[in-house]
Design a protein. Structure first.
Length: 602
């Protein structure tokens, strides 16, 4: 095995150069092997109970790290040469042979020309497999092979050449693979047509390039497609991240426990929905703290809240409950990895409509995030997921590559009553319904949040705030990330946003973001962010548009006003709309009155 000395950032081992990804390193095209090939002694375990509980059985491990002279003694990450077929840039010879010169592996031809990887590989339509194209087999198939036995039975393996024909223009028709043994030649234009590899009898091997042939238990029935090796669809990573926080139970679950602990609760259960149950439920509701209604008591008696008793809550639900507890606690004196100072807007000069919409601010002074690569798929959203561990323990105790990051951020909680009243308007529901319908028609629907009005409005506000914070915090916008908590279909409705930055260093970040979470500084930033988006450089085209972005999943939102780096966004710059936030000619925005109040006062 040849060892290529090349350093990667720790986060790049998760994405974009994680397990199954094709990467170019110093003229070589390589593919990353799964974690079963890692030397576990040099891959420290990463602890995050919330994330491992979500993933099931298995362990999180950080990729091996080294620096300077210690790199000589540290095992490197295993990468396989892929594609194996290469052509010489000097003599055009095409082969997959690798030779040695003076005892060392060489990426040069016998004529000393540099070997260049072929640009096309074969990807399975549904199985997420990838493989080399057997160029010798391919050039001896097709129409000429059916008509000429000399082509069909040629065995001159060393006579393949890959050339560009100057008289054929600049397209694929000008790229030609020719066998000088039998004289047959085919252009790459014949390769990319639908079903071309299937017609030529080239089948999927049912494995990844680094897996041995013995690992295939049954043949793969899906067709192969010829694609460029650098195409983005060749590698679609499935990453999961979680904040390492104390897992808190939602308030609805705590309320249910309080109801069930009342001395009269058994009478409600025994009456089973009868008239006595309703009367006793009223008694219980009157005696318990504010917020508990008779319907809550009856729902607990029917067992409708049993789902909240599960040991593992959804990741965002647990985070939302933890943030609410921190906001109610005021300044945080703990020394844990989750430190949040809670603030309210009391006594802070701000537009009245903004004060009524935001019910709390959290200065996230320290937070630990763990990111892991669960697996990947290739070509399309319906393809099979390939796990990050393909070894013999993949079903019993798989290893997931993970990294831990420490950082800071700003958390905003929005008032539930204000949001609910706003999103109940028919015009608001109708505009968000456009995105809901389009999302349902995309193959990636299960990977996108449901674009209900509150989600679209808060998501758009998060983008505007990221763009504004990039000017004031000292961090580039690409280093800021969002986490949106905006769902009304849960037992505990969520309505908030977290904007944070994190770095893979034990000391975390420098505090430039969290200091802006002080209400006196944050209010002007919020107003400035709204003012930035009030008039887009692409208006009136942008504000009047309702078909922008990938798969037309943005309404009034473009690069001039709302889009940020895709690595910063949970949904890849989709599900955005300025009108649901700032209002438009036919819809009222969530923060429609803020700028008008500011301008009237100022």
């Amino acid at each position: 095995m040849e060892r290529i000395k090349h350093d990667l950032r720790l986060s790049e081992a998760i994405s974009p150069f994680g397990v199954g990804a094709i990467v170019d390193v110093r003229g070589e095209s390589l593919i990353a092997a799964d974690t079963s090939w890692w030397d576990k002694k040099f891959a420290p375990e990463v602890s995050c109970e919330r994330l491992t509980a979500r993933l099931g059985a298995g362990v999180l491990r950080q990729p091996p790290t080294h620096a300077g002279h210690s790199g000589k003694d540290t095992p490197s990450l295993p990468y396989w040469r892929f594609p194996a077929w290469r052509f010489c840039e000097r003599c055009d010879k095409l082969s997959k042979l690798t030779g040695k010169k003076k005892g060392r592996w060489s990426n040069t031809c016998d004529c000393d020309g540099l070997l260049v990887p072929m640009r096309y590989v074969a990807v399975c339509e549904q199985g997420s497999h990838i493989q080399d194209i057997n160029w010798f087999a391919w050039v001896h198939r097709g129409r000429a092979a059916r008509l000429n036995e000399e082509v069909r039975f040629c065995r001159d393996y060393k006579s393949l050449r890959f050339k560009r024909l100057a008289d054929r223009g600049e397209g694929l028709a000008a790229l030609n693979v020719k066998c000088h043994g039998c004289g047959n030649a085919r252009s790459l234009a014949e390769l990319v047509t639908k079903g071309a590899l299937q017609r030529d009898g080239i089948r999927c091997t049912g494995r990844q390039p680094w897996e041995p042939e013995s690992s295939v238990k049954k043949p793969c029935p899906h067709q192969l497609l010829a694609v460029q090796r650098g195409a983005t669809g060749n590698y679609i990573a499935k990453k999961i991240s979680a904040l390492d926080i104390p897992e808190e139970r939602p308030r609805s679950a705590e309320m249910t426990d309080t109801i069930r602990g009342h001395v009269f609760f058994e009478k409600v259960v025994s009456d089973n929905g009868g008239p006595q149950a309703e009367m006793v439920a009223e008694w219980i509701a009157d005696e318990l703290p504010d917020g508990v209604t008779a319907e809550d008591v009856l729902a607990a008696a029917r067992g409708e809240e049993s789902g909240t008793e599960e040991m593992l809550l959804d990741l965002k639900d647990g985070e939302w409950a933890a943030f609410l507890k921190k906001l109610d606690g005021g300044p945080d004196g703990t020394g844990s990895d989750f430190v949040v100072d809670g603030w309210r807007f009391e006594g802070v000069p701000a537009p009245p409509s903004l004060l009524s919409s935001i019910s709390g601010i959290g200065q996230v002074r320290r937070v630990r995030e763990v990111r892991t690569l669960y697996g990947f798929r290739r070509q399309n959203a319906d393809a099979a997921i390939v796990k990050a561990d393909l070894g013999p323990d993949q079903w019993r105790w798989p290893t997931y590559p993970a990294i831990e990051l420490f950082g800071e951020g700003i958390f905003l909680r929005f008032d539930e009553e204000t949001l609910a009243a706003w999103e109940a308007q028919p015009d608001v529901q109708a505009r968000a319904g456009v995105l809901k319908q389009r999302r349902a028609g995309t193959p990636w629907a299960d990977q996108l949040d449901v674009p209900e009005p509150r989600y679209v409005a808060l998501h758009t506000l998060a983008h505007l705030l990221i763009r504004r914070l990039a000017f004031a915090s000292g961090y580039a916008s690409a280093s800021l990330q969002e986490r949106i908590y905006a769902n009304s279909d849960r037992t505990d409705n969520t309505a908030g946003i977290l904007i944070y930055t994190a770095a893979g260093d034990a000391q975390g970040t420098l505090g430039g973001l969290v200091r802006l979470g002080d209400p006196d500084k944050l209010i002007p930033l919020l107003v400035a962010a709204l003012d930035d988006a009030d008039c887009c450089s692409n208006d009136p085209v942008c504000i009047e548009s309702d078909r922008q972005g990938s798969s037309q999943l943005n309404l009034s939102a473009c690069h001039g006003c709302s889009l940020v780096s895709e690595t910063s966004c949970e949904t890849g710059n989709r599900l955005l709309d300025r009108q649901l936030l700032l209002g438009g000619s036919e819809v009222r925005g969530l923060l429609d009155d803020v700028l008008e109040e500011v301008r009237r006062i100022g």
